[in-house]
Design a protein around this ligand. Structure first.
Ligand code: NAD
Length: 368
């Protein structure tokens, strides 16, 4: 298969971690008989500096003309004083809208070797494997009107939470379809005791669930879900929720399983899938070659799974990451008392080597 990708390294540690993700994807392509065609383009701060636009036209065109997009991170202190339409983050928000990716998937998996990296006790976090399915293009982040009016001292601000039935329906279908391939449990999170939007959400999700009788649906208020996610994280399978609740809960789930550097994400449902680690550009460690590339690498696994349906190849990356961690390899953010910290590229190479070890027997079997 030809895998036509656009790579948007972005700012800070973005280029460092995407280099390693691309290295791993190249190894997978070689080992499993695919061909990677990757084009690099600018986004974010680097694009602002080079072309005064956080999402230049040629970057967007390349993304729309490819089958999947892998992004590093955008932003940095140099751009904090820029007007809001000229911030690096605008480029990313526009890209998500242009691609029409309304479903954000954020897995939070506790790798056995990293049980000690969680702020929770190992027996609480053990076995955690949650997939948060967050609606990405609606709700209070996009609803109109939104404004601040009045004189300083008596200002009033308004944001609008708005959801239409079709927006809820399409994200619910994604959650149920994913749950069918997992442990068949969807927890829909809302605030139906207070918000009209949430009552509509609950109603529509319940209706969609009737088409998936093999999946067990439960509903939870967002405050209880936040509590349960730290008290019993292993009890969740798929968590389905709207934009703002998902933003908050997915960061919380990420913290539960350890370092920010470990977490990948997929945004799907539109013309072209977008894959990115959940961390930012980490300006405090950028350029030092010490960032953890595993979030970007695991985003690469999601890219193979959701944009190309290459499940074996995606699983090969995930098990290579688990193997490397089991063997005791750690980047600085994961290293504990006396463990040697690998550089970003050393970690990428370890994962590539582990994939090569898995792919060779597979390739030999295929050629027999
Ligand atoms: P951040 O995620 O960049 O960093 C938070 C902390 O985690 C830092 O101490 C950093 O060193 C560490 N960290 C993050 N990723 C790591 C990795 N892969 N390996 C090791 N350590 C890692 O968040 P921030 O500091 O709040 O934001 C920095 C910039 O990134 C800001 O400009 C922000 O707007 C932007 N940002 C971008 C995205 C994105 O591109 N999707 C997401 C969040 C923040």
């Amino acid at each position: 298969m030809i895998l036509k990708l656009t790579i948007l390294p972005g700012d800070g540690i973005g280029p460092e971690v995407t280099d390693e993700a691309v290295r791993v994807l190249e190894t997978v392509a070689l080992g499993f008989g695919h061909q990677l065609e990757a084009t690099r383009k600018d986004i974010g701060g680097v694009a602002l500096v080079r072309s005064k636009d956080p999402l230049p036209v040629d970057s967007l065109e390349a993304c729309l003309g490819s089958q999947a997009v892998l992004l590093g991170a955008v932003g940095g202190p140099a751009f904090d004083s820029f007007p809001s339409n000229l911030r690096p983050e605008r480029g990313l928000l526009r890209l998500r809208q242009e691609l029409g990716v309304f479903a954000n998937l954020r897995p939070a998996v506790c790798f056995p070797a990293l049980e000690d990296s969680s702020p929770l006790r190992p027996e609480v976090v053990r076995g955690t494997d949650v997939l948060i399915v967050r609606e990405l293009l609606g709700g209070i982040y996009f609803g109109e009107p939104r404004q601040t009016s009045g004189a300083v001292g008596s200002r009033v601000s308004i944001d609008t939470m708005r959801y239409g039935e079709s927006e809820i329906e399409r994200i619910a279908h994604i959650a149920f379809q994913l749950a069918r391939k997992r442990r068949r449990q969807v927890t829909s999170v809302d605030k139906a005791n207070v918000l009209d939007c949430s009552r509509l959400w609950r109603d529509v999700v319940t209706r969609v669930a009737k088409g998936y009788p093999e999946v067990n649906l439960s509903h939870m208020y967002v405050d209880s879900a936040a509590m349960a996610l730290v008290a019993r994280p292993a009890g969740f399978d798929v968590v389905l929720t709207e934009n703002m609740f998902g933003d908050i809960l997915s960061d919380q789930a990420g913290a539960v399983v350890g370092s920010l550097g470990m977490l990948g994400s997929a945004s799907i449902g539109g013309k072209v899938g977008l894959y990115e680690p959940i961390h930012g550009s980490a300006p405090d460690i950028a350029g030092q070659g010490i960032a953890n590339p595993l979030g970007a690498i695991l985003s690469g696994a999601m890219l193979l799974r959701y944009s190309f349906e290459l499940e074996t190849e995606a699983a090969a990356i995930e098990s290579a990451v688990a193997k490397v961690l089991d063997a005791g390899h750690r980047t600085r953010d994961l290293a504990r008392g006396g463990q040697r910290a690998l550089s970003t590229s050393e970690m990428g190479r370890q994962v590539s080597d582990a994939i090569r070890d898995q792919a060779q027997p597979a390739a030999r079997t295929a050629s027999r």
